[in-house]
Design a protein around this ligand. Structure first.
Ligand code: GLN
Length: 550
């Protein structure tokens, strides 16, 4: 049976509870332990797949095709373990299951209640995590903040687990925030005290408090928290805001958290080996040479919507000794003639995934710019589709070429609904999701980047390249460098006669790791570096926009 670490949050949300849980996973993995991580999300949606990025940020896709919370991306990147659909549970899933059991008559006439029926279902889901791999430790993060009405059944379930699996097998970590009062120059512990009191009211006594803060924390403060919250002083760990999230495991390790957890849970752990991680973080800090890349998005004011893309770009840049600078360009601005000065100064353009018509024409314009100016371009899912639309409009001369997602009446549907999507009525969980094999065509950018004949990549789409246009695309210099094993479905399209213009129907960003950048991102960054070098040689001031910014 695994040991359990439960992570709750107090005071405010968005202080990095997910990164903290992921970092704890890394500390345990560094000690030779097998770790699995689960996120419990107290909202009523069955999954975040149907939510707006404004509500939720990115939807992360697991290998088995679950649409999940973006924290699973942190978990995978920090622990380098692939998670599955058991690793993200929502209130919607719990209630759907309990109600369908009730309809079947499984409860034999009983009255269905939050305790025990809902809490039992939550505990059943916790027990399913990583079962086949027999993890030593399961880390369970409860979304939201203590005191939220929606979170109560989850907190009650994890409270019960202390008795179910035994005190020695559970550890409760509470992540809080210390506000800073500018007038007196003080960090305040009172909100932390209140949130711990709230947690104790539910019956959970945290054994570790991670105090997130934007300012240095003195020993007096941590001792005060320890005293008021009844936690060992060494287990009150301040965690200052950092601009590099990969630093967090090292900060927690250096504060003694790894050893504390091992002792508390009586884990059979080896000495921690964080050398590779430390080297990586040191390298990230030392890199000076910048590389500027534009990300053309629809939610650029909301960076979380593209978090895996951002991370994947930076993993690839770091591996090539470049400090990545992303210019976030709103595609709607490009349509109005704004933001083009940015594109003039970058060495690569990325168009990420997306849905709906808003901003599409700006993305098509960005793809056109990349193609006609030889700027390295990486298209991810929708970014591949707009690349095809642009190619059809301007190379094949099919002026109104489009995706039927944006224009159902287009005369040239170069991107069209997948055949098996025609009878799909529900929006939730019905896309082509998860891992599918893509066979690479020799002699292409994609095949060269991967260096292997076929790859498995994660998908999330309803539309695909329309094969009626394949021959004319190829005649005009497009290459379909990745296809499904039966050859029917275009997985990667690229433009020959261009330094690097590659679009994938899948989302390679989900498989990138800080110490193992994704081959397509690496190839894109290499191409961007080559362009930067070429421009420098030609005397173009590559850091122009930076100076304007300053
Ligand atoms: N909207 C497009 C589709 O459904 C692209 C999806 C995406 O970018 N994830 O095919």
């Amino acid at each position: 049976m695994p040991k359990y670490i439960f992570c709750t949050g107090g005071v405010v949300s968005s202080v990095g509870k997910g990164v903290t849980a992921a970092a704890i996973g890394r500390l345990l993995k560094a000690r030779g332990l097998k770790v699995a991580i689960q996120k419990l999300d107290p909202y009523l949606n069955v999954d975040p797949g149907t939510m707006s990025p404004y509500q939720h940020g990115e939807v992360f896709v697991t290998v088995d095709g679950a649409e999940t919370d973006l924290d699973l991306g942190h978990y995978e990147r920090f622990t380098d373990e692939n998670l599955d659909r058991t690793c993200n549970v929502t209130t919607g899933q719990i209630y759907a299951e309990v109600i369908s059991k009730e309809r079947r008559g499984d409860y034999l006439g009983g009255t269905i209640q939050v305790i025990p029926h809902i809490t039992n279902e939550i505990k059943r889901r916790i027990a399913l995590v990583g079962k086949q791999d027999e993890p030593d430790v399961v880390i369970v993060e409860v979304g939201g903040t203590v005191g939220d009405i929606e979170g109560q059944p989850f907190l009650e379930a994890i409270r019960q687990m202390r008795t179910d699996v035994g005190r020695d097998n559970t550890l409760y970590v509470h992540v809080t925030f210390l506000p800073y009062i500018g007038a007196t120059g003080e960090l305040k512990t009172k909100p932390t005290q209140h949130s711990v009191r709230e947690l104790r009211g539910i019956g959970i006594q945290p054994q570790v408090i991670i105090a997130r803060t934007d300012h240095p924390v003195s020993r007096d403060i941590t001792n005060k928290i320890a005293l008021f919250c009844d936690v060992e002083p060494q287990a009150v760990i301040p965690l200052k805001t950092t601009d590099n999230i990969y630093q967090v495991p090292l900060e927690l390790e250096d504060a003694g958290l790894g050893n504390f957890i091992v002792r508390q849970l009586g884990l059979n752990a080896s000495e921690p080996d964080l050398n590779e991680w430390r080297d990586l973080v040191r390298q990230m800090r030392q890199i000076e040479r910048p590389l500027r890349v534009a990300l053309i998005g629809k939610y650029v004011e909301l960076r979380d919507a593209y978090i895996s893309v951002k991370e994947a770009l930076s993993h690839a840049a770091v591996a090539q000794d470049r400090r990545l600078e992303i210019e976030w360009v709103y595609s709607g601005d490009l349509e109005k003639g704004k933001g083009w000065d940015m594109l003039d100064t970058v060495d690569g353009i990325v168009v990420p995934g997306g849905f709906g018509y808003r901003g599409i024409e700006g993305k098509v314009l960005a793809a056109r710019y990349a193609r006609t100016h030889d700027v390295p371009y990486l298209g991810l899912c929708l970014g591949m589709q707009v690349m095809c639309i642009e190619f059809a409009r301007h190379i094949l001369g099919l002026e109104d070429a489009n995706s039927t997602e944006f224009d159902t009446a287009t005369a040239h549907p170069v991107i069209d609904l997948m055949p098996d999507q025609h009878n799909v009525a529900d929006l939730g969980g019905t896309m082509r999701l998860g891992l599918y094999t893509c066979v690479l065509q020799p002699g292409t950018h994609a095949a060269e980047a991967y260096g292997i004949p076929s790859v498995d990549e994660r998908h999330r789409h309803r539309f695909e390249f329309n094969n009626a246009y394949r021959a004319s695309f190829e005649q005009h210099g497009a290459r379909f460098s990745g296809l499904s094993p039966d050859g029917r479905l275009v997985e990667i399209m690229e433009v020959s006669d261009h330094p690097f213009m590659v679009g994938s129907q899948f989302h390679p960003e989900f498989q990138s790791r800080p110490n193992r950048p994704h081959p397509l991102f690496s190839a894109f960054i290499q191409a961007a570096i080559a362009r930067q070098a070429g421009r420098q040689q030609a005397g173009v001031p590559v850091d122009e926009a930076q100076e304007v910014d300053a």
